[in-house]
Every structure is written in structure tokens, then in C-alpha cells.
Design a protein around this ligand. Structure first.
Ligand code: ACO
Length: 428
């Protein structure tokens, strides 16, 4: 294999080294491109061909449907580990020992109290506010209550920030939902497991004992694991680039939450359910929506289908489809929306347009269905995604800071006006 790439420009040849990853992925290292060529930059909208960093956290191969965290397959992790173990693995690089895991959980619990004044900020939001906007704001507001910026050269300081946000974030998630529903805010129960506590904090009524359902706890645990990291996607790149200016962890996470909100990214799970509701209102006419999705004059896309990197199948979708079937079966849920979802899935899987373009249901298609079966309101779906993605964002932010990466600052090709003479307001 060649160890360099040669670029010819203006009659001169320039050599650039080839970088090889541990799974034999190859990249051209163009760090010296501008200096060597007198200003050439690369143009790659959407960064489809651009590696922004070298990372040791998550490996994925979209063609082969492979996803691994720190070398462990997503299939193994989803089946054999719990969310907190996976969080530890992603952030610190190794699976925790029993003692390490217990300490991690204890430390998270000890930092999980959110300053009571945060409730005043929450109170100022109208009940109609989208929970993602509220969550992003509250996460950013945590900075005000924890003002000291992280000393990244200190492992202790870094660890302290990690357990703080792992403890406080689920409280913010639960409060965001409870506020909308007019329920009192509380801090859960530290005697419970991490995911059990999340469910209790979300669903406990003030006058009733919350009865834990292991099917629901297990399904949520699995969903959080599947969403925990996905290398340099839109929100993760956002977290890294914001953090690259040495903005703090909470501020960087808040930016990541905003990036995740969009319907082409994390917002897709909400968009899936809204689409299914629309189809139901339209007499369950799935054929009409299939035709709309295929019509190039119509901007409508079948939400929950297709993926930027998985072009054959999404390994997470395979795992979660099984989980969705189990949850729906075991909970005995009879819901016309879920019937429409199953019908649509079958039609798309057998439709030439979708087969030819390798458009398969993605993880968001099934996660939305499970969240609905659990009784989570549609506009909270993306918030649940953020809860799962939290350890991935933390791991990526930590790696970026420990690697001392430079501030992120892409270039552009300017296509605007050339220098123009200024016209005073009366002459325009
Ligand atoms: N419905 C109908 N047609 C589609 C869909 C869809 N959901 N997705 C892609 N296509 C078509 C495109 O129109 C295009 O057709 P063409 O070749 O005839 O022009 C072809 O498939 C390729 O599509 P691209 O947009 O080039 O694919 P890209 O990789 O850029 O986009 C994306 C991926 C954004 C996920 C897209 O498939 C989409 O919009 N899906 C719906 C939204 C969604 O479910 N997002 C969740 C992503 S998963 C996540 O964030 C965790």
C-alpha cells in the first residue's frame, strides 16, 4: 500500500502522508495543504469525506453494519452490559471492575442533587416549550451553579465533572417532563439502579408508589446503550468543536443537545411518531405516504428510514427491533399507531425505491415505537436520546481535551460579492 498521496497542482507535485487507523481505515493527512500549495483548501460540505480527528472511542463501518464501543461489539454490550457500565467504558476506556462500577455509581448519586434555584429557571419556561430547548438551557444553566471550569490536567477534577453531570442530567430530564405535566419535582431514590431511578423520577405520581416493570427498565437500559455513542455525528462534532474553544463541559453538552434536536438527527424519533399520527388521521393510508416519499417533487421523507453512514443495515435497529417486539408483546399493547408502523416497515422493506437506495428502518424508527409503548410523551423522545448520548458526548469531549486538539475552525470558499463601493442610504 502506498504511504503517501500525491496531489498535482499548478504543475507541482505535493506529497501527503497516509494515516492508517487500527481497523485499517485510511486517510490523507492534509495538515500541510495550505502551506505547501499557497492556500489551497478542501471543499467538503457536510464533511462526508472529512475526518475531523483521530479517536479511540467508537468504531463503525456503515457498509458492514458494524458498531463497537472501545472495541466491544454493540451486540455484546446491549446483551451483557448495563448502561452505567457502558458509560464508564466509553468515558474511561475500559469496562469497570465491580468495585469501580460501584464507586462510579456512588459518586454519581452523591452529586445528583441539582441546586433548588434551577427550579426557578424551569418555572420561567412556558409549559408549551419544547423539552429539548428547556434541557439545553438547563444544562447550560448548570454552568452558573458550578462555575469553576474543569482543570483538564487533573484526573480528579475531570472525574468530578463527569460524575456531576451523570448525576444531575437525569434529574433535569425528569424535571423537564414533569414540569410540562404539572407534576411536582423531586430527586428520585438513590437506593435504585441508575435507569430504574430515571424511570421513577419521570413517572412517579405524588400520591402513588411507582411500580417498577423490569421489561420497561431493561428496554430503556438497552435503548440508552444503543444511543450512547456514534462517533463524529452532528451533535458529537458540535460538542467537540465547542469544547475545542476550551468552553466547559456543560456548555459544550448544551450545544450538543441543540444539535441533536433537529429532525434529521435526534429529532427523527419524534418526527417518526408525528408522521405515524398524520397517517392515522389520514385513515391509515400508508400507500399514500409511501408514494409521497418516492415523489421527487414532494419534500416529504419517510421519517425513521435511511442513514448517513449505515447503507446496508443499522446494527442498532436490528437489536432494538427485537426489543420493540418483546416490549409490545409482553406489555400487551394494542395501539393503531403501532400497527401502522409495522405496516409501513413491511411496505418499505419490499419496495423497490427503498431497496434500491438501501433505505432501511433506522434505530429511531423503533425507539419511537418503544418510547410510546412506555408512555413517554412524543416530544420527550429526543430528550431520551440525549440521556443515552450523554456518556458518548462526555467521552468525546474528554478525549478531545486530553489530546490537546486545536480549536476547530473550518475554512470556506468565498462566493460572495467582490469589493463594492458603499452607497449612502438615500442612494440605494
Ligand atoms: N425517505 C425517502 N427517500 C429518502 C429517504 C427517506 N427517509 N432518505 C433518503 N432518501 C432518498 C433521497 O431522496 C435520495 O434519493 P435520490 O438518490 O433519488 O436523490 C437517496 O435516498 C439518498 O439520500 P441522501 O439524502 O443522499 O442520504 P443522506 O445520507 O444524505 O441522508 C438521512 C441520510 C438524512 C438520514 C436521510 O436518509 C433522511 O432524511 N432520513 C429521514 C430522517 C431520519 O430518519 N433521520 C434519522 C437518522 S438516524 C439518527 O440520527 C440517529
Amino acid at each position: 500500500m502506498s504511504e503517501k498521496a500525491i496531489l498535482e497542482f499548478n504543475g507541482e507535485q505535493h506529497e501527503f502522508p497516509i494515516v492508517k487507523g487500527s481497523e485499517n481505515e485510511l486517510g490523507i493527512d492534509i495538515k500541510t495543504l495550505r502551506a505547501a500549495t499557497g492556500g489551497l483548501v478542501t471543499l467538503d460540505p457536510g464533511y462526508k469525506n472529512t475526518g475531523s480527528c483521530q479517536s479511540g472511542i467508537t468504531f463503525l463501518n456503515g457498509e458492514q453494519g458494524v458498531l463497537r464501543y472501545r472495541g466491544y461489539s454493540i451486540e455484546d454490550l446491549a446483551e451483557k452490559a448495563d448502561f452505567l457500565e457502558v458509560a464508564f467504558l466509553l468515558i474511561f476506556g475500559e469496562l469497570p471492575t465491580k468495585e469501580e462500577l460501584e464507586k462510579f455509581h456512588d459518586d454519581i448519586k452523591s452529586k445528583s442533587v441539582v441546586d433548588d434555584d434551577v427550579k426557578k429557571i424551569l418555572d420561567a419556561f412556558p409549559k408549551t416549550a419544547h423539552p429539548m430547548g428547556v434541557l439545553s438551557s438547563l444544562t447550560s444553566a448548570l454552568t452558573a451553579f458550578n462555575p469553576s471550569s474543569v482543570d483538564v490536567s487533573s484526573e480528579d477534577a475531570m472525574y468530578n465533572s463527569v460524575v456531576k453531570i451523570m448525576g444531575k442530567f437525569p434529574v433535569l430530564v425528569a424535571w423537564t417532563m414533569r414540569k410540562k405535566q404539572g407534576l411536582p419535582l423531586d430527586y428520585g431514590d438513590n437506593s435504585l439502579g441508575y435507569v430504574e431511578n430515571v424511570l421513577q423520577m419521570m413517572f412517579k405520581k405524588p400520591n402513588e408508589t411507582y411500580i417498577h416493570n423490569p421489561i420497561i427498565t431493561e428496554a430503556l437500559d438497552k435503548l440508552l446503550i444503543l444511543h450512547a455513542d456514534h462517533e463524529q455525528n452532528c451533535s458529537t462534532s458540535t460538542v467537540r468543536i465547542v469544547g475545542s474553544s476550551h468552553a466547559g463541559l456543560f456548555a459544550s453538552l448544551s450545544a450538543g443537545i441543540s444539535a441533536l434536536w433537529g429532525p434529521l438527527h435526534g429529532g427523527a424519533n419524534q418526527a417518526v411518531l408525528e408522521m405515524l399520527e398524520d397517517i392515522k388521521e389520514d385513515d391509515g393510508d400508508t400507500k399514500k405516504y409511501m408514494a409521497k416519499a418516492k415523489d421527487k417533487e414532494d419534500p416529504f421523507r419517510l421519517m425513521g428510514f435511511g442513514h448517513r453512514v449505515y447503507k446496508n443495515f443499522d446494527p442498532r435497529a436490528r437489536i432494538i427491533k427485537k426489543s420493540a417486539d418483546q416490549v409490545l408483546g409482553q406489555l400487551g399493547i394494542d395501539d393503531p399507531i403501532l400497527d401502522i408502523a409495522k405496516g409501513l416497515e413491511q411496505e418499505a422493506l419490499n419496495d423497490n425505491y427503498f431497496v434500491k437506495r438501501k433505505l432501511y428502518p433506522n434505530v429511531d424508527f423503533y425507539s419511537g415505537i418503544i418510547y410510546r409503548a412506555m408512555g413517554i410523551p412524543t416530544d420527550m423522545f429526543t430528550v431520551m436520546f440525549a440521556l443515552g448520548r450523554l456518556p458518548g458526548w462526555i467521552a468525546q469531549w474528554r478525549e478531545m481535551r486530553l489530546n490537546k486538539e486545536p480549536i476547530g475552525r473550518p475554512r470556506q470558499i468565498y462566493i460572495g460579492e467582490n469589493l463594492r463601493e458603499f452607497k449612502t442610504i438615500n442612494n440605494r
